[in-house]
Design a protein around this ligand. Sequence first.
Ligand SMILES: Cc1ncc(COP(=O)(O)O)c(C=O)c1O
Length: 398
Amino acid sequence: MKVPFCRIACDGNEMAYIGEVLTSGWLTTGAKALELERRFAEAVQAEHAVAVNSCTSALHLALEAVGVKAGDEVFVPTMTFTSSAEVVRYLNAHPVLLDVEYGTCLLTPEILTEAIRQHPGVKTLVVVHYGGQAAALVGRDGEDGILDICRRHGIRIVEDAAHAFPAKCGGRMVGGLGDVTCFSFYANKTITTGEGGMLTTNDAAIAKRARTMRLHGIDRVVWDRYTSAKPGWEYDVVAPGFKYNMPDINAAIGLAQLERAWNFQRERERCAKRYLRDLAGVPHLDLPVLRAAVEDQAWHLFPVVVRPGAPVHRAAGRAGHRHLGPLPAAPPDELLPGDLSSEARGLSPGGAGLAGMPVAADLSDAGRRGAGLRRRRPEGRHGRQGLRWDGSRRGSRG
Ligand SMILES: Cc1ncc(COP(=O)(O)O)c(C=O)c1O
């Protein structure tokens, strides 16, 4: 059987909260989105959270809010999804691509230091917490972390934490560390709203600008126009903004997901520990290098490197899987089961490539052996109304 690359677990209070929205008479951004913002800010220990319709839009808003202008250059690591760089181009700025560390797939303080030496004019960094492991924002053993280096050089930091909820760095939650952090609630992410994202920050000016720009540059939230005592239609358009707000239907799903986010994390951590134990020493495979403790990682992905010359399908078989999903940075279709050789399927010369082992909150040990998948029991107070996974859904993105 095929183990799907991602599975959604919507068997908590999702249906109940969506029902509340449908009967409330208000479907777009309103009470549920505000509640999700409040709870998410609490969860990541940030002062402000702004709910949006994707991580891509959060990244766009974040770069705009920190002041990226046409012609600027922005550091972006190569190991990521296209969003981290494309948003730089939205602003007619230019990504300066940086290498990542082998093993962690993360930007390091050393790589950044060298990049600053070569490109002293760059004043913005997008840092990606790849796979759910936080990059070294905070240094260890008294060494400078990425935050220290950026502060020293006047570089603003936008964190792409699409993979990294919940995750920690230096004992603190990712989301309240850098200038501004962007999360994804896309269908395959660690918690989902179908499509959605969140921008978090401790900077009131960034939060205010992002709130304004997420809805056409209007200086009042629409919900506020209807609920406050002030005249309903009085507002100013202060800048040509975007249409990036999160509807309450999506926020309702997010609230139910957030209730179980730490349970999901523990289950994914269980998958990761099992892989770390069972795949250790498998020829031709390099396992992820951990710079953060296992329990501090979101484990959205479990990336493995298949070394050059590996007999790909045998390696996959030893790992117990017939399905290895391609990661976003890798060429499409590589490592999918089939009879083609790795080279014929577009792997880099010699056959090296990056693959993602399936990680899911409800992936059973039997599933990890390729024999089957455990069905979830409904979890929430309204669990019996909850959706159950039907075994056929799969995602395609990192
Ligand atoms: C690293 C990274 N950044 C950003 C995104 C974009 O997220 P969204 O689909 O919510 O816009 C993704 C999505 O896969 C991602 O993997």
